[in-house]
Design a protein around this ligand. Structure first.
Ligand code: AKB
Length: 317
């Protein structure tokens, strides 16, 4: 019998595509999407959806019991830029939702958990290039602190209670199906929308700010392969470094200009610049490659082609 999966935060940037990919893989009825608000037409029409608040333990537990859930993907989170504006709310959402899910797994109500961490766990004292799996982690953002604490708790629950929790430190994610919300890397999605609509974009990060990034298809494939990996090959129970691309706003604009020659970019850095400056510019993901065979498929050119096509269709629908 196929596993029953609950996705919390199913209508967000990652959740939307993850839900559709998992439904494709294990069948629509076996993937229960939940969020505090309804999502895309495609997601709502393709399988079960339940309104639930990730910070409300009873609501999450009721869903787990009602649908006899085996695995949870906890995708609800407040991202870096928004959490700087609402620190206590960000902390409460990011931490309480994680504790609820870890505690359900500890009590054997579910058997496996996926929880995304982020490159935001690193800080200004971390080696900036090829950031190693194990290194100095002194994050300076609320979001980064919550993700770092979350990683520690994941490892703790694994070691102490045998909870099968698996996690990835996502870089900035680029997608066209659902807009990101409140992240520092969001410029790399906005830029495609503005390039197609107005042929110009004002970046809130400086031209030479290099950050690790990844196309959504790779991000989803990574989560699914990590969850499918045999438990004994998952050696890291805090969170795995994961890499695909590194680029600056300037490099990204050049790749867009190959398709839209009149595209122009200018720069007006805001408070997000300091966040970006505290993060790595490239990541060493050799542990993920070795332990469960991670390998990205999208380079910058392939991603730009997909994004321009996808964003065009998005605006035409
Ligand atoms: C953000 O910018 O906050 C996120 C992240 C890197 O985790 N995209």
């Amino acid at each position: 019998m196929a596993s029953k999966i609950l996705i919390i935060g199913a209508c967000g940037q990652i959740g939307t595509e993850l839900t559709m990919a998992l439904r494709e893989e294990v069948g629509n009825r076996n993937v229960i999407a939940s969020d505090i608000r309804e999502g895309s037409k495609e997601l709502m029409a393709s399988g079960p959806f339940e309104v639930a608040d990730a910070t409300n333990f009873d609501q999450i537990q009721d869903l787990v019991m009602h649908y006899e859930i085996d695995e949870i993907y906890l995708m609800a989170a407040m991202l870096s830029a928004t959490a700087e504006k609402f620190p206590m709310k960000g902390w409460a959402l990011n931490m309480n939702s994680l504790f609820h899910v870890l505690n359900l797994a500890k009590d054997k109500k579910v058997s496996k958990v996926f929880w995304p961490s982020s490159i935001a766990v690193f800080g200004p004292t971390t080696p900036k290039h090829d950031t190693p799996q194990n290194t100095i982690m002194e994050p300076t953002t609320v979001y980064g602190i919550s993700k770092q604490a979350g990683e520690r708790w994941c490892e703790y629950y694994f070691k102490k209670f045998g909870v099968d929790v698996r996690s990835i430190r996502y870089p900035g994610l680029i997608s066209y199906k659902t807009l990101p919300g409140g992240g520092t890397t969001d410029y790399a999605v906005e830029i495609y929308h503005e390039a197609l609509k107005n042929k110009k974009y004002t970046s809130f990060l400086k031209e030479d700010t290099e950050l690790p990034m990844m196309f959504m298809d790779d991000a989803i494939r990574a989560a699914m392969s990590l969850m499918e990996a045999p438990a004994d090959s998952v050696k890291v129970r805090s969170s795995y470094n994961l890499a695909a691309l590194n680029f600056t706003p300037e490099t990204l604009s050049k790749s867009i200009r190959k398709h839209i020659p009149e595209f122009e970019i200018d720069y007006a850095p805001d408070f997000r610049q300091a966040i970006a400056d505290s993060w790595p510019s490239s990541i060493d993901d050799s542990s993920a490659r070795k332990d469960w065979g991670w390998k990205p498929e999208f380079d910058l050119e392939k991603m730009t082609r997909e994004m321009l096509k996808g964003v065009k269709d998005f605006h035409e629908v």
